[in-house]
Write a protein that binds this ligand. Structure first.
Ligand code: GLN
Length: 297
């Protein structure tokens, strides 16, 4: 049987070196450091066979996150399945924008539209234990993944006494099966975040790379990619408390259109922010509040 070093060298002839290492770590349940220190050891037969299969699937294009079943976001490992979009590092920008607007030691309410694996809802609940977070998705398969992530990540850090599963009262997240706002009635929130689908339905990227394996429902949104963003901007107003913010991610060339949409629908404080690659990646605006209740989150 080949050693770890030879196994990796062989895999690297088929797939990217980092992918080869990450997949081997996954199969062996080992850290990067362990792998480096033990590269003359030999993986077991079953492990070697499992690894060969994953390398083959990767070589055929399957995303690493779907092969390992996880991806890190904002410092936490989230379970990922093909029912949900793979978390992108640039989406951490939305977390930063939301945290800058959420009070640290006061109750507030947050809505995450199209939560997918739950990364935004769960990260915000972890960072703001006093927030009641509601997360909706139109996909029941996605909600099942998000619920498992919440159970694992929020239970682990729950204050004592431990919170009840699924309740939004002590830093928990409430999950709802809802097509955007459809099941939310007249509920209002201090802040709404969303990483909606925003790729134009005819965009050739949908047929390339990782995107081929991701749920199209989470990626594509009409001819210009703005169908869902238009719906969200139009409807979010009625679900925002006075001075409540709407913050959302969008495509690299959609910032100006998004600001125009926000202006058209009467939002104020409209802005766009660049991601680490220098691309305008998220925009937002707020609903003007009457002065006397401006800070009653
Ligand atoms: N950022 C993703 C991409 O273009 C799209 C994600 C989304 O539509 N929310 O690869």
């Amino acid at each position: 049987m080949p050693s770890i070093r030879d196994t990796l060298a062989k895999a690297r002839t088929r797939i990217d070196a980092t992918d080869a290492r990450v997949l081997l770590q996954h199969v062996l349940g080992a850290s990067h450091a362990w792998l480096l220190a033990h590269d003359d050891e030999t993986p077991g037969e079953a492990q070697a066979a499992r690894y060969a299969e994953l390398v083959e699937r990767r070589a055929r294009g399957e995303p690493v996150a779907y092969l390992t079943g996880q991806r890190e976001f904002y410092g936490h490992a989230f379970e990922i399945t093909p029912a949900v979009l793979i978390p992108r590092p640039e989406t951490e920008l939305l977390v930063e924008l939301a945290l800058a607007r959420l009070p640290e030691n006061k109750p507030c309410s947050v809505l995450d539209l199209g939560t997918g694996s739950g990364i935004l809802a769960i990260t915000l609940a972890l960072q703001r234990p006093q927030a009641s977070v509601t997360a909706v998705d139109a996909s029941t398969e996605a909600l099942a993944v998000a619920q498992r992530n919440a159970d694992r990540l929020l239970q682990a850090t729950a204050p004592s006494p431990p919170m009840e599963k699924g309740l939004g009262e002590s830093g928990g997240v409430r999950f709802l099966h809802s097509d955007w706002f459809s099941m939310l009635g007249a509920e209002q929130f201090s802040l709404i975040v969303s990483n909606p689908p925003y790729v134009a339905s005819g965009d050739p990227h949908l047929g390339q790379g990782d995107l081929r394996f991701e749920p199209q429902q989470a990626l594509a949104s009409g001819p210009d990619g703005l169908d869902d963003i238009r719906l969200i901007v139009r409807n979010a107003r009625a679900h925002l408390r006075p001075d409540g913010w709407l913050l959302f991610e969008h495509g690299y060339d959609q910032a100006a259109s998004c600001r125009a949409l926000l202006a058209e629908h009467g939002y104020t404080g409209i802005f766009s922010t660049r991601d680490l690659a220098g691309i305008e990646r998220a925009s937002g605006g707020k609903v003007q509040g009457a002065p006397e209740i401006a800070h009653s989150w």
